[in-house]
Design a protein around this ligand. Structure first.
Ligand SMILES: [Zn+2]
Length: 60
């Protein structure tokens, strides 16, 4: 995902603001990392450039 995406992404659970933690970044794109909600502390992983914004209860 592009960093720019942070401008529009919010926590799907509470619509809170997200904090970006970058693991691997390549060509201005975040490949691996995580998004943590500042409000409810839920963590959404970023894998292969795709942020997984599903609520934890709906993940595999
Ligand atoms: Zn939240």
């Amino acid at each position: 995902m592009r960093r720019k995406l942070m401008d529009i992404l919010v926590c799907p659970m509470c619509r809170g603001e997200l904090r970006l933690k970058v693991g691997v970044e390549r060509d201005g794109e975040i490949v691996e990392g995580s998004l943590t909600c500042k409000a409810c502390d839920e963590i959404y992983p970023i894998e292969d450039t795709i942020p997984n914004m599903l609520p934890p209860s709906l993940r595999d």
